[in-house]
Design a protein around this ligand. Structure first.
Ligand code: AMP
Ligand code: MG
Length: 415
C-alpha cells in the first residue's frame, strides 16, 4: 500500500486499474435506455424500405409538369403502407400520402398545396417540386449497415433507430450491484427518527444519498445497513454486503479512536491499494480489493462522501457499465467571490454556476463546511482549486466540474 497521501489523479488511476467491465447480458431493446452496447449492431432492413414519398400530394413525372400550370389524369391512390408495385405512365398522376411507396415511373411528388387536390384529373399549379420529395430507398440506412458498435451508449434516438432496423434485443453490460455499508455509533435510519428528535442521534443521510448516487450513475444499489463503530459488528455488516460487484463503505476511515473500517477490512484480507488522497473534502478516502471485488471506503462526512463519490465512484461505475467517457468535462468559470484555502491539497468547492453574457460565472455556496450537505444540494458544480493555489480573486478563471444536469439547462426557450 502507498503510505503517503496520493494525488486525486493517482487515486482515480489506482481505482480504475482495479475496475473491470461487467459481463454482458441480452436485454429487450425497450429496457436498454442508457446502457452501453456490447456488440456490433447491423441493420436487418433498409430504411426507408422503398422509394418513399416525403409529402402528401401527387406522384408524377417531372417531365410532365415542366409546362405547369397543367392538368394530369389521376390514375389511383397509394396510402402509407400501400401497394409498392404500382406504376405511372406519361401524363398520369397518382395521389400519394407521406411514407407511401412512390410508383415506378414517377420521380416527383407535387405537394397537395400546389394542386387543386382534384380527381379524376388534377391541376398542377407550378413545377417548383420537379424532381423532389422522393426519399430514395435506404436514405437513412441500408440492410447490412453497421448502425452502432460496442461502447456506444443507447439513447432514445438509438432505441428508435434499432427498433426500425429490427433489433428487438441488444447485448449490453450488466449494471453492477453496489453494496453500501454505513458505520457510526451516532447513526439511525429514518424509521428511528424519534431518537433524532430526542437529541441522541442523526439520520444516516449517506444511507439515502449514496444509493441515490449509485442509481443516478446507472448502478443497482444494495442496502448494506448501518452498523455501530464496533469491529465485529462492522465485520458482520461487510460480510453480509459482499454479494456485490462494488463495495462502498461510509465512515470510520479517518484517524479517530473509533474509526475501525480500515482495520476491519485489512483483517478480512483486503489488499489496500491506498489510503488518503491530497483532496479536500474527502482526504481519508481508502481503496482496496477484497475477495476480488473493489472496495471504496468513503469518509462519513456527508459532503465528503458525495464529492468523493462524484470524483471516484461514479467513473468506476461507468467503467463497469462499459462506458469509455468516464469523467465530466471541466468547464472554465469566472469566479465572482474571493476564495482562500489552505494545505497542499486540491480543493473541490461547492459552487453555483450561471450562464452570463460573457460566459459562466461562479459563486460559492453559503457554507463550505464538509458537514453541510445543503451546500452540495445547492451546488451545480465543484470548483477545482489546484494544489499549490491558496488564494483566488474575483475575476479569476478556474476549472469546474458540472454536477447533475442543471448547468446545461435554463428557463429560457433557446430560439
Ligand atoms: P467519520 O467519517 O465516521 O469520521 O464521520 C465524519 C462525520 O460525518 C461525523 O460528523 C459523522 O457524524 C458524519 N457521518 C458519518 N457517517 C454518516 C452518515 N452515514 N450519514 C450522515 N453523516 C455521517
Ligand atoms: Mg464515524
Amino acid at each position: 500500500m502507498t503510505k503517503r497521501a496520493i494525488s486525486p489523479a493517482e487515486a482515480s488511476e489506482q481505482i480504475l486499474a482495479s475496475i473491470e467491465r461487467m459481463p454482458v447480458e441480452r436485454v429487450p431493446l425497450a429496457a436498454a435506455l442508457g446502457a452501453v452496447l456490447a456488440e456490433t449492431v447491423v441493420a436487418r432492413v433498409s430504411i426507408p424500405p422503398w422509394r418513399s414519398s416525403s409529402m402528401d400530394g401527387y406522384a408524377v413525372r417531372a417531365s410532365d409538369i415542366s409546362a405547369a400550370p397543367c392538368s394530369l389524369r389521376v390514375a389511383g391512390e397509394i396510402t402509407a403502407g400501400g401497394d409498392s408495385s404500382s406504376e405511372i405512365s406519361a401524363g398520369e398522376a397518382i395521389r400519394i400520402m407521406t411514407g407511401a411507396p412512390v410508383p415506378r415511373g414517377a420521380d416527383t411528388v407535387v405537394r397537395v398545396e400546389d394542386t387543386d387536390n382534384g380527381a379524376p384529373s388534377v391541376e398542377i399549379h407550378n413545377a417548383r417540386d420537379a424532381g423532389r420529395n422522393v426519399r430514395p430507398l435506404g436514405e437513412d440506412f441500408r440492410e447490412g449497415d453497421v448502425l452502432m458498435t460496442a461502447g456506444d451508449r443507447i439513447g432514445p434516438a438509438a432505441i428508435g433507430v434499432l427498433a426500425s432496423a429490427g433489433i428487438a434485443t441488444v447485448e449490453t453490460y450488466r449494471p453492477p450491484t453496489v453494496s453500501i455499508v454505513a458505520s457510526g455509533d451516532e447513526l439511525v435510519r429514518l424509521d428511528n427518527f424519534a431518537e433524532v428528535m430526542s437529541g441522541e442521534r442523526i439520520v444516516s443521510s449517506n444511507s439515502y444519498s449514496l444509493p441515490a448516487m449509485v442509481r443516478d450513475a446507472g448502478g443497482l444499489p444494495r442496502d448494506g445497513g448501518i452498523t455501530q463503530d464496533d469491529p465485529s459488528a462492522l465485520r458482520d455488516a461487510v460480510n453480509g454486503a459482499m454479494a456485490c460487484d462494488l463495495l462502498i463503505t461510509s465512515g470510520g476511515v479517518s484517524v479517530g479512536d473509533r474509526d475501525f473500517t480500515r482495520a476491519v477490512m485489512r483483517d478480512m484480507g483486503t489488499d489496500i491499494k491506498f489510503w488518503r488522497a491530497r483532496i479536500r473534502p474527502g482526504g481519508p478516502l481508502v481503496f482496496g480489493v477484497v475477495d476480488g471485488r473493489p472496495w471504496i471506503g468513503l469518509p462519513g462526512n456527508p459532503v465528503s462522501a458525495l464529492v468523493t463519490f462524484e470524483l471516484f465512484v461514479r467513473p468506476a461505475i461507468l467503467k463497469m457499465l462499459g462506458e469509455t467517457l468516464l469523467f465530466p468535462a471541466p468547464k472554465i468559470v469566472t469566479l465572482d467571490d474571493a476564495v482562500s484555502v489552505s494545505g497542499d491539497l486540491t480543493h473541490f468547492l461547492r459552487i453555483i454556476v450561471r450562464q452570463c453574457d460573457d460566459g459562466l460565472h461562479a459563486r460559492l455556496t453559503d457554507t463550505q463546511s464538509s458537514g453541510a450537505l445543503t451546500s452540495m444540494m445547492r451546488a451545480n458544480a465543484l470548483l477545482i482549486v489546484p494544489e499549490g493555489q491558496q488564494e483566488c480573486r474575483p475575476g479569476d478563471r478556474l476549472r469546474a466540474i458540472p454536477l447533475g444536469r442543471s448547468m446545461l439547462r435554463t428557463a429560457t426557450f433557446p430560439v
